[in-house]
Design a protein around this ligand. Structure first.
Ligand code: ADP
Ligand code: MG
Length: 468
């Protein structure tokens, strides 16, 4: 009986998670949510109260502050009764980051520092040995390895890796974290996105606990901050980050950052002194891989698959899918699924062409659709003119279609940020901000989502065709 109940609770929770994930468009956001979900250790139900228990307080607070409302909606869709959702964490289990230096700082104690791997779990597939080196990334890899060999060393702090989406920045950054934690399990490694950092700041601020957050960040040995292009917020938080950054650097603690643009192209709302700090260490770009590297990546990704994929299929993918590594992975997975479902089939070029048709078409459209066409489609959809899209007028009736056009240009073409900004006659930051705003609005504005779907349909895209 109890088992049945547990099973039902688990099932309800699994379904709610699946519904929630299906509402997310961006692969990045999906990845982020999944990382937090992976920190849930159990789900308990008592009457109509459902309690989500996580490995530590950090994850619990984060889930509560960021996902509880939407999760509750998903649960209510699936359950006939109203559900009260609460969050808790395992008090005795994985220590959270706070106790580490607080204990070590107590004067008389020689307490061995408790260990924690990372505030947010790293993906253990993201290792150096799984990362293929090529002309597009060899300098970035060398710098990342140098950081592992000697974290905090002069000239390499911070390490700043930039480059287009889906080219391996997160992989490489997490490889540093993974390798360091194997080499030195005592080391406290903190990985989070700039967006999570901002959320944390706001949460601690609300609770009047900013000193606590300061202690947390200053107690880590390695701080990995992903996607710093989103680091746009008020003066205070930048000041706080600036001070934490300096404190870590002075203490020779390693900082690694990634961004989709070089520091000098970061949004103007990020303070100059921060940008000059970001530039003060080692700077490397990851570029798009060439054919040989693409093929080597595909070979690497098939090393551990259960079905054998013939070389000509890998070559075909490497030859046709060039926009980014993530798209290649999607094509590869499709071939894999197809082969395992049809084990007796002998794959040939024709069949391959058919099963990868969608991917190839998308590639072609990615390369073909122009920003101007997107601006035109958005203007038409909203009954305004392209001139109005390009204007600097900031009434909401113009801002939404303008930002939507930026969003589509960014997510559904392989155009770079620089090019988009130029065609819109706006700054980088304005484009980044527009894309971000639409992304946030899409998760709770179904009308906007359906407008987007209509516009995408006119180019032959689906929502799920987004680049990341
Ligand atoms: P980014 O953070 O730059 O957007 P990710 O690190 O998320 O990109 O990489 C996207 C996917 O491509 C990941 O699954 C990653 O493992 C894979 N990938 C990218 N570059 C390489 C590489 N050089 N070798 C192996 N896998 C790679
Ligand atoms: Mg990334």
């Amino acid at each position: 009986m109890a088992d049945d109940k547990e099973f039902e609770t688990d099932l309800l929770w699994e379904k709610a998670k699946a519904v929630y994930l299906s509402t997310l468009i961006s692969q990045e956001e999906k990845g982020q949510v999944e990382r937090y979900f992976s920190m849930i250790t159990s789900v308990k139900r008592n009457g109509n109260e459902l309690t989500i228990i996580t490995a530590n307080q950090y994850a619990s607070d984060y889930l509560k502050n960021n996902y509880s409302e939407r999760l509750k909606k998903c649960l209510e869709l699936l359950s006939p009764e109203a559900i009260v959702l609460s969050f808790d964490y395992e008090k005795a289990a994985t220590p959270i980051i706070q106790p580490i230096r607080l204990a070590a700082a107590a004067p008389q104690t020689q307490v061995k520092r408790s260990t924690f791997k990372s505030t947010i779990p790293l993906n253990d597939e993201y290792t150096f040995s799984n990362f293929v080196s090529g002309a597009s990334n060899s300098f970035a890899i060398a710098a990342a390895k140098a950081v592992v060999a000697n974290p905090g060393r002069m000239g390499y702090n911070p390490l700043f890796i930039h480059g287009g989406t889906g080219l391996g920045k997160t992989h490489l950054m997490q490889a540093i974290g993974n390798e360091l934690s194997v080499k030195n399990p005592e080391m406290s490694i903190c990985y989070l996105t700039a967006e999570e950092y901002l959320n944390e700041y706001i949460n601690y601020m609300k609770e009047g606990n900013i000193h606590k957050l300061r202690e947390i960040y200053r107690s880590v040995d390695v701080l990995l901050i992903d996607d710093v292009q989103f680091f746009q917020k008020g003066k205070e938080i930048q000041e706080e980050f600036f001070n934490n950054f300096n404190a870590l650097k002075d203490a020779k603690k390693q900082i690694v950052m990634t961004s989709d643009v070089a520091p000098k192209n970061l949004p103007a709302s990020i303070e100059v002194r921060l940008i000059s700090r970001f530039e003060g260490g080692m700077l490397h770009e990851i570029e798009s891989p060439n054919y040989e590297t693409r093929l080597a990546i595909l070979k690497k990704k098939t090393e551990n698959t259960s079905v054998r994929i013939p070389d000509f299929a890998l070559e075909y993918i490497a030859d046709n899918i060039k926009s980014h590594v993530r798209a290649m992975e999607g094509a590869l997975a499709t071939v894999e699924v197809f082969l395992s479902a049809n084990p007796s089939l002998i794959l040939d070029k024709n069949i391959l062409n058919q099963i990868l048709d969608d991917f190839i078409k998308k590639e072609v459209t990615y390369r073909k659709t122009t920003i101007e066409e997107i601006q035109k489609a958005c203007a038409e959809q909203y009954g305004i003119t392209v001139e109005e899209i390009l204007s600097h007028e900031r009434t909401q009736t113009l801002v939404t279609p303008r930002q939507l056009a930026m969003y589509i240009s960014r997510k559904y073409t392989s155009k770079g940020l620089q090019e988009i900004a130029t065609v819109f006659g706006k700054k980088h930051a304005t484009v980044i901000n527009g894309v971000k705003t639409i992304q946030q609005r899409l998760s709770n504005e179904p009308e906007l989502k359906s407008k987007l779907e209509d516009i995408l349909a006119s180019f032959g895209y689906k929502l799920s065709d987004a680049m990341d």
